[in-house]
Design a protein around this ligand. Structure first.
Ligand SMILES: Cc1ncc(COP(=O)(O)O)c(C=O)c1O
Length: 387
């Protein structure tokens, strides 16, 4: 078993310590797209790379312990056991393992991030009719219990849904969806926009995928998928590879069945450097406390909503705390002009179509929020001269 990963300096890090690690330049409001790597992740990458560079078996073994550490920490944050966690190169690959092995009707919104919609479509196409998407197009793209209830029948095997929608910022009601689905259907959750920054009963979902390159500040390659016993019973490990076999070590001269644990949903040996980054990112949010992180993000969102309101900019993401997480969606009359004004002011956001997505993290500083306020003031005061 891997050595447990302790806190930095072997002391429980305080929330204030955590906030002080946010060291990117003011103006960064794009956490829903990418999280600049934390100092601890950056340091550990170098340390682990040095160990791998030595070629010593003991050093390689030390870095390999990152796999178990990452599984333990992700499991702790999800309220489950490490054996239910399979490390993945991306959360989309986690969803592929879940959806390619399913049969029956699977409910999903057409407006989901393509990691859900496209994967479901591809899995159905490969299933020779065994898997059928049951698409829904709810109002405002919100996957509410009512929207799901409308299409629920005995053929439905699962619902696949984003915990927090990447485009609208809407947070689903996990408990209500679980109750609606009952014990006989799977709840497959994409927690990319919530893991580590939203306290929730993740154990209510049978499959949970997420990654560390946004809110965990751990870079790409740091994804995971949780498969509980019900999921493992119903999802055939269709994409199971050499690490997924029910054997210790390499299955040579043998064709064993898939492992009983979540390892069945893996293909080959994980990237130990990525596992290390995930472990550090997960440890840092665990030590700081997800509840404290969530509260601070909510406070920042309140400030951003107040700024938008004061400048007369419409907001299309939810206003109620229970329905939102870290994403605010501005829907101004002139989105392209607003996006340009924010970029000119040094603010990093995601501009897409008619909206501008703004996402603050717990460590977002007052200078950044002030920059936003100033940029919106300038945007509102701009006058045009027509030739
Ligand atoms: C909700 C959601 N799901 C999935 C992804 C993609 O995750 P990955 O790159 O780990 O496949 C994203 C990326 O923005 C996302 O926002």
């Amino acid at each position: 078993m891997a050595e447990p990963l302790t806190c930095q300096n072997d002391e429980v890090g305080t929330f204030e310590d955590y906030l002080s690690t946010f060291d990117s330049e003011p103006g960064y409001l794009n956490w829903a797209a990418f999280g600049p790597l934390s100092p601890s992740v950056r340091e550990e990458i170098f340390a682990d790379a040095d160990l791998l560079g030595s070629g010593r078996p003991s050093s390689l073994a030390l870095v390999a312990e990152r796999i178990g550490q990452a599984q333990e920490l992700v499991a702790e944050l999800l309220g489950t056991d490490a054996a239910e966690i399979a490390l993945q190169p991306s959360s989309t690959q986690g969803l592929q393992h879940a959806l390619f092995g399913l049969a029956g009707s699977v409910i999903a919104s057409t407006a989901e991030f393509p990691s859900i919609s496209l994967t479901l479509e591809r899995a159905a196409a490969a299933s020779h009719g065994a898997l059928t998407p049951r698409w829904i197009t709810p109002d405002d793209s919100r996957v509410t219990p009512d929207a799901v209830a409308e299409v629920l029948d005995d053929d439905v095997a699962a619902l696949v849904v984003s915990h927090v929608d990447f485009r609208t910022g809407f947070r689903v009601d996990l408990a209500a969806l679980r109750e609606l689905l009952g014990p006989d259907r799977l709840l497959i959750l994409d927690a990319v926009q919530s893991f580590g920054v939203v306290e929730a009963d993740y154990a209510a979902a049978d499959v949970v995928v997420g990654h560390g390159y946004k809110w965990l500040r751990a870079g790409r390659g740091t994804a995971f998928a949780r498969f509980n016993a019900r999921a493992r019973e119903r999802i055939t490990p269709m994409l199971s590879g050499i690490t997924g076999a029910a054997t210790d070590g390499l299955p040579v001269d043998d064709l064993p069945t898939a492992a009983a644990s979540a390892r069945a949903y893996t293909v080959s040996g994980p990237d130990t450097l990525a596992a290390g980054r995930l472990a550090i990112g997960a440890r840092d949010v665990r030590d700081a406390g997800v509840a404290a992180i969530e509260t601070r993000i909510q406070e920042h969102v309140d400030v951003i909503l107040e700024i938008a309101d004061r400048h007369g900019i419409a907001v299309s993401s939810p206003l109620e705390r229970a329905q939102r997480a870290g994403i605010v969606v501005l829907s101004p009359d002139e989105p392209a002009r607003l996006a340009a004004a924010l970029a000119n002011a040094g603010l990093v956001v995601t501009a897409r179509g008619a909206s501008v997505r703004v996402a603050a993290h717990a460590g977002t500083d007052t200078d950044t929020l002030q920059l936003l306020d100033d940029a919106l003031t300038a945007f509102g005061n701009e006058t045009f001269t027509f030739a």
